[in-house]
Design a protein around this ligand. Structure first.
Ligand SMILES: *Cc1c(COP(=O)(O)O)cnc(C)c1O
Length: 382
């Protein structure tokens, strides 16, 4: 890795994933240093430097933040990443650090299910909240006088996609900042900062870490002032990840490329099998060439994710289908190596039909999974 002349080629996704955030080699030290459990650090004299108190900084976060930054914005040294205790901690830190009473913000009307609660809180602080659907770039219609535009693409659970570049241009022309929720795509599927966004924000709980055993969130941004406000918010609310979670997340990043390749390819295979099923299941997957999201997704995404959605004719049929599955757990969330599926209507909140299923495709053998899904469809129809 040393002594080569000239520009080093940009390594591929797999190479970047396995090396992401690793410190310079030190003889007899582990390649990925273990979690640092510290509330405070030795700090004689003036309290300056990176590591003062555990709520401000931790070396285990530093490694993970460098790792995520190198995936969200490869080759760019001027981006900053901050990790949080959860995706919602990261989202709230951007919203509540950037918005003041009297500001207006645009949220997606079909975004993550906690947004109605966020909306209530923003409004209680005197912030005007406008919403519009993700599909058809409908948020363009409500941008006038807005301070912040929040994009979630692909949207969860509807899997609609909007044109990030186009929305960013219009928002920036009006002096608004733009944040993109990059949870579903992961940084190997989509790089919002390269598309002009000010913040890429995500839940690391999903495919980024991929084992369903850690809650985590992060914010990546390029503007030092805006990121300083986000950092300050993290310090004030203390929404910090534990060192063990941060370390587990970093360890899991090494297999990110392997996992997304396998899971996303199988997601396409499952989507195709559902599409070819004799009943019309209104299958949605941005990677299907005939999906309404495909054209825009193909322009801005490098991979289409591991989530497939479809609609069974009734609630009972959906429940029977979920019960009949053997390789797919009936569970919420998505992105893990073990496939899950759920009837979203059971939560209330999402604007979806009673028989709507969100399925997250794991790392099982594709033939096994497709067979299981088709068998469950058949059994649940009887
Ligand atoms: C899960 C999720 C979140 C929230 O993340 P947590 O880690 O559960 O707090 C935010 N946005 C999207 C799109 C999600 O799927």
């Amino acid at each position: 890795m040393s002594g080569t002349q000239g520009q080093a080629p940009v390594p591929g996704d797999g190479t970047r994933a396995v090396r992401a955030g690793l410190p310079e080699p030190v003889k007899y030290e582990p390649t990925l240093p273990g979690p640092v459990f510290a509330a405070h650090y030795h700090l004689p004299g003036e309290p300056t430097g990176a590591y003062t108190y555990g709520r401000d900084e931790n070396p285990t976060w530093t490694h993970l933040e460098r790792a995520i930054g190198s995936l969200e914005a490869p080759g760019e040294d001027d981006v900053e990443t901050l990790v949080f205790a959860s995706g919602m901690a990261a989202i709230s830190s951007v919203l509540f650090s950037q918005l003041r009473a009297g500001d207006a913000v645009v949220l997606p009307s079909d975004g993550y299910q906690v947004f109605p609660l966020v909306r209530e809180q923003l409004e209680a602080y005197g912030i005007e909240v406008r919403t519009a659907p993700t599909g058809g770039d409908a948020q363009l219609g409500v941008l006038d006088g807005v301070r912040l535009l929040w994009i979630e693409t692909p949207s969860n659970p509807g899997l609609d996609v909007c044109d990030i570049r186009r929305l960013v241009e219009e928002a920036h022309a009006r002096g608004a900042l733009v944040a993109v929720d990059n949870t579903l795509a992961t940084p190997l599927g989509q790089r919002p900062l390269e598309l002009g966004a000010d913040f890429s924000v995500a839940s690391g709980t999903k495919q980024l870490t991929g084992h369903g055993d850690v809650l985590l969130g992060y914010v990546t941004g390029r503007d030092p002032e805006a990121m300083a406000a986000v950092r300050r918010w993290r310090k004030i609310v203390g929404a910090i990840p534990g060192p063990m979670e941060a370390w587990l997340a970093h360890r899991s990043l090494a297999t990110l490329q392997l996992r997304v390749e396998r899971q996303n390819a199988t997601a396409l295979a499952v989507a195709e099998a559902l599409r070819d099923w004799p009943e019309d299941l209104a299958v949605r997957y941005p990677g299907l060439p005939k999906d309404p999201s495909h054209a825009v997704a193909a322009r801005q995404m490098r991979r289409f994710g591991c989530v497939v959605s479809f609609t069974l004719p009734s609630r009972t049929r959906a429940e029977r289908f979920l019960e009949a599955l053997r390789l797919v757990d009936d569970a919420t969330s998505f992105g893990g190596v073990r496939s899950t599926a759920e009837r979203r209507g059971r939560w209330g909140g999402d604007d979806v039909p009673e028989g709507f299923i969100r399925m997250s495709v794991g790392a099982e053998d594709p033939e096994d999974l497709v067979t299981d899904v088709l068998r469950a469809l058949e059994e649940s129809a009887r």
